[in-house]
Each structure stands twice: as structure tokens, then as C-alpha cells.
Design a protein around this ligand. Structure first.
Ligand SMILES: [Zn+2]
Length: 237
């Protein structure tokens, strides 16, 4: 069963990578079959099996032998890890759907944010819908909602001061609605640690140039995955 979870995770993340690439090129990502970016030949189904096809083809197109980006392999691997975590944590099916939708769309937003320092806000519509359904069917405690609102207001102040993008705030708030605000706050903390840890060279040796905006959505995405890993470790030991 764990392999099925891991495999489904790989397939979904592989699809997320395809959606990301096609959004970049403004292509249809619903009906268009998968094509090699080099020779434009359609890719057969047995060359589309996540991880396995990549390893068997040694990361190259079966037709023109052009290199397939290693990032695709890493994305599939990450999806496999998330699927495995879902299995270990024994999450209820509704929670799996909520977390899955959140990770799928925030994952694509993270890839966009990393590449161009901004992302398509439409990507947040589906997780927002899930969050709204959860808010009305399974309302959080008043105190937790208050806590989340206070944090969101504090982040809103940073947005106002242009220290943080509005997208970062929206992702935090939607994450709180879909998961829970204590979870979202922990993820925010982990994301901040990730940003600091990955920017230590900048802290040690500050450049005189205008401070570059740090892409925060990837950190939030990795923070959420890290949160799931920590919970899985706690359950396992
Ligand atoms: Zn090719």
C-alpha cells in the first residue's frame, strides 16, 4: 500500500511539473498530449512513468536523446516522499484531499515564484475553495481563528510596508484554513528558518546592492513538507 501512495504522489507531482511548464509557455495543459521540448514528438505512455522512465531512459528523450531536466526527477521524487508521508501519517481521506490540493497548487506557485519572483494568484483558487469548505463544515476553535487572524494582520502590515508580497500572506492564510492555524504558524516558522539558513552568505557578507527580494513561497512549500516529515518521525519513534 505504501508503494501505491508513493507512486500516486510521483504521478501527481509529475503532472504539477507539466502544468508549471505549460503555464510558463501559455499552452493548454488539459488536452494537449505530453511532448518532448526539444523534438516536439509526443511522448508515449511508457516513457511517462514517473521516476522509472527517467531512470530507464537515463534522463534523455527516447526519440532525440535530448537531456530531460533533472528538476523534473526531483519534483517526482518529492511527490513520492509526500505520498509516503500521507501513508505513514494515516491521514483521513478528506485531510489527504485538502493537503494534496494545497501542496499541488502551492507547489506550482513555488516553482513560478522561484523562477520569476512572482506567481499566478489564480493558482490559489482551488486551495481557497477547499479552505472555505473546511471553514464552514469543520469550523476551527474561536481562539485558533483569532490567533490566525492576528498573525495574518501582522503579516498584512509587512505587506503594507512592502517587506512581504501579498501572495505570501494569501498562501499563509489559505494554509491556515486548509490545515489549521497552529500548523500554518509552525510552517511559517520553519519557512523563516529555511530562508535564513539558505541566505546565510548574504547575512555574513551583506552586499551594498539593493536587497533582493527572497522568494518565500518555495520556503513555505518546503516548510509544509518539513512539518509533515517531523510529524511522521514523531509518530514512527
Ligand atoms: Zn525529444
Amino acid at each position: 500500500m505504501i508503494y501505491i501512495y508513493a507512486f500516486i504522489g510521483c504521478c501527481i507531482s509529475s503532472h504539477a511539473a507539466v502544468v508549471f511548464e505549460r503555464l510558463e509557455r501559455a499552452e493548454d495543459f488539459v488536452s494537449l498530449p505530453s511532448r518532448c521540448q526539444n523534438c516536439q514528438q509526443p511522448i508515449s505512455w511508457f516513457d511517462l512513468i514517473p521516476i522509472i522512465s527517467f531512470v530507464l531512459l537515463r534522463g534523455r528523450c527516447s526519440n532525440c536523446h535530448a537531456q530531460i531536466p533533472g528538476a523534473l526527477f526531483m519534483t517526482e521524487l518529492c511527490g513520492g516522499l509526500i505520498g509516503t508521508l500521507f501513508y505513514i501519517l494515516e491521514l483521513p481521506i478528506t485531510t489527504q484531499l485538502g493537503y494534496g490540493t494545497l501542496l499541488f497548487f502551492v507547489g506550482i506557485a513555488a516553482l513560478q515564484d522561484r523562477r520569476q519572483q512572482e506567481f499566478d494568484l489564480n493558482l490559489l483558487l482551488a486551495p481557497l475553495a477547499v479552505g472555505m469548505v473546511r471553514l464552514f463544515t469543520n469550523p476551527p476553535d474561536q481562539i485558533i481563528l483569532l490567533f490566525g487572524t492576528v498573525t495574518a494582520l501582522a503579516l498584512g502590515w509587512l505587506v503594507f510596508k512592502k517587506q512581504l508580497g501579498v501572495g505570501d500572506l494569501l498562501v499563509y492564510f489559505i494554509m491556515g484554513l486548509v490545515t489549521d492555524f497552529p500548523v500554518a504558524n509552525r510552517v511559517l516558522l520553519l519557512a523563516s528558518v529555511i530562508v535564513i539558513a539558505t541566505n546565510i552568505p548574504l547575512l555574513v557578507k551583506p552586499t551594498t546592492k539593493r536587497a533582493q527580494r527572497v522568494a518565500f513561497i518555495p520556503a513555505l512549500f518546503h516548510g509544509l513538507v518539513l512539518h509533515l516529515i517531523i510529524r511522521a518521525i514523531i509518530i514512527s519513534v
